[in-house]
Design a protein around this ligand. Structure first.
Ligand code: XMP
Length: 508
């Protein structure tokens, strides 16, 4: 793409993705590369700005990643964040020292709005601090532009060399004006034009897909998840009618989901093939109770079914995948160009023998994938879909998976999701689980002995940690009463109030 680019150099910090996303939210294209990216490659990319991320190290550790001083001599604006600030100052002869009082969490800071980074902001700010080391002496030419109670150099800069650094994290929500600071860096220091948006990305990808694929055919494993759905819509626009989508319906989807996926794609210029493999999956899962075994069986069978159906189609030259940018980053793309293999379709074997791989979403974050999906006209139900595990409801039916149990779970889950959608409850993922516990109840004058359904709803941004959602009792009560009244086989409903960690979001 020909957009202006900001390079995010990774020093091992947990927020590198967030930094890159914030930059893109400001309409500037960003890419993450390793902290030791060779200087010639940086020059070739000609970024308009460079951001050095945080990291867990101390600059005095012999093995800690260092900032090459040449990066700071390129005349390109640089913003160092947290460890990035320390690495920058250390490279230029500043002193780094362990703080007397380390700072963790939201911290009041005084900033000087006469410097470009803080222009338009008031002097009192809240910032997220997370450090034990700090810059005790600034390098020659630098001036201080922010302090906190325990950190004299919370931000500093050398405007003549366009070098800026902050000890705190502007990229996180806990720094309320952090995005404004990043925007200031981009627009007031780097001279950004704001030339990046989704329509550019769409046009660029359509052109490159056409160049790559030519008159040949492409096969995509479509799961109905956000990534593979958006990938399908994009490919259908790029190479209409030369795209073949295999949707392996393993019978472990939520209520009506298989039909919704089919409905969303039937009208597109693609060859949609739905494989109803429910019986095959259920018989492979018969008698299996161990969660890991279930996952393995489903993954393996998925590949078998996909391979079988692909073989029926004959010669197809390209395989497409909905790999997205976080998958690429997690795979350590900069070191080895390893691709997380077939991330979205559960591990398709390489010996399928395709001429090439097409991954048109490789440059996008999840929220950008959703924006692209909306742009391509996909229905909101698909684009805003919650994460759903590859093994589907099999990991939400505890113990052996049977058709009867799946039916019970589907109904209970649909009621919970429908009731929660009607409210203003803030939960990022919510679903029902069918436990393998039965309990005694009484309906009319009769004793019952039915299943217990657990409801799970979590608030999370990254799905790596999560808190349970505080759903009002009134709503939980309504859901419970609807489930026990409307779903035969359920006698009790409980709400899971465990965070992650120590629990995980899914029960299996
Ligand atoms: P856990 O249960 O590990 O889940 O806290 C974190 C997030 O990942 C989803 N999840 C999966 N997604 N394949 C997927 O694509 C899987 O096998 C899988 N297992 C869990 C889960 O729904 C949650 O959003």
């Amino acid at each position: 793409m020909t957009n202006q680019t900001v390079l995010v150099l990774d020093f091992g910090g947990q927020y590198k993705e967030l930094i890159a996303r914030r930059v893109r939210e400001c309409k500037v294209y960003s890419r993450i590369e390793p902290g030791n990216m060779p200087i010639d490659e940086i020059k070739k990319l000609a970024p308009i700005g460079i951001i050095l991320t945080g990291g867990p190290n101390s600059v005095y550790d012999p093995d800690s990643p260092k900032c090459a001083p040449e990066i700071l001599d390129l005349g390109i604006p640089v913003l160092g964040i947290c460890y990035g600030m320390q690495a920058m100052c250390y490279a230029l002869g500043g002193m780094i020292r362990s703080c007397d009082t380390p700072e963790y969490g939201k911290t009041p800071a005084m900033v000087d709005p006469s410097f470009p980074l803080f222009e338009g902001l008031s002097t009192e700010q809240t910032v997220l601090m997370s450090h034990t080391d700090g810059v005790s002496e600034l390098p020659y030419g630098f001036v201080n532009c922010s302090r906190t109670l325990n950190c004299n150099n919370a931000a500093a800069c050398d405007p003549s060399r366009k070098l800026y650094c902050v000890q705190f994290h502007p990229e996180v929500e806990a720094t309320p004006n952090g995005t404004k600071m990043i925007r200031n860096f981009l627009y007031r220091v780097c001279g950004a034009k704001g030339d990046y948006d989704m329509s550019d990305y769409e046009e660029y990808q359509i052109r490159s897909i056409r160049e790559r694929v030519g008159g040949k055919k492409v096969l995509l494993g479509l799961s109905g998840g956000v990534d593979s759905s958006v990938c399908a819509a994009l490919l259908a626009k790029a190479v209409p009618d030369r795209l073949y989508c295999i949707f392996v319906d393993h019978g472990l989807m939520r209520k009506n989901e298989g039909d919704e996926v089919e409905e969303a794609f039937r009208g597109h210029a693609l060859n949609f093939i739905r494989v109803n493999a429910e019986d095959e999956f259920l018989s492979a899962l018969k008698g299996v109770t161990d969660p890991e075994k279930k996952r393995k069986i489903i993954g393996k069978l998925f590949v078998e079914v996909f391979r079988r159906e692909a073989a029926k189609l004959g010669n197809i030259e390209f395989l497409a995948q909905g790999t997205i940018y976080p998958d690429v980053i997690e795979s350590g793309a900069w070191n080895s160009a390893v691709i997380k293999s077939h991330h979205n379709v559960g591990g398709l074997p390489e010996e399928l023998g395709f001429e090439g791989l097409v991954e048109p979403l490789r440059g996008l974050f999840k929220d950008e994938v959703r924006a692209l999906g909306r742009q391509l006209g996909l229905p909101k139900t698909l684009v805003m879909r919650q994460p759903f595990p590859g093994p589907g409801l099999a990991v939400r039916v505890i113990g052996e998976v049977t058709k009867e149990k799946l039916e019970i779970l589907r109904e209970a889950d649909a009621i919970f999701r429908c009731e929660l959608q009607k409210t203003r409850c803030r939960a990022n993922q919510y679903f029902a689980v069918l436990t393998d516990m039965r309990s005694v109840g009484v309906v009319g004058d009769f004793r019952t002995y039915d299943y217990t359904v657990a409801l799970r709803a979590v608030v999370t941004g990254d799905f790596m940690t999560a808190e349970y959602a505080e759903i009002p009792y009134r709503i939980l009560g309504r859901v419970s009463s609807r489930i026990v009244n409307e779903v035969k086989g359920v006698g009790r409903v409980v709400y899971d109030i465990t965070g992650k960690p120590p629990a995980t979001i899914e029960w299996e």
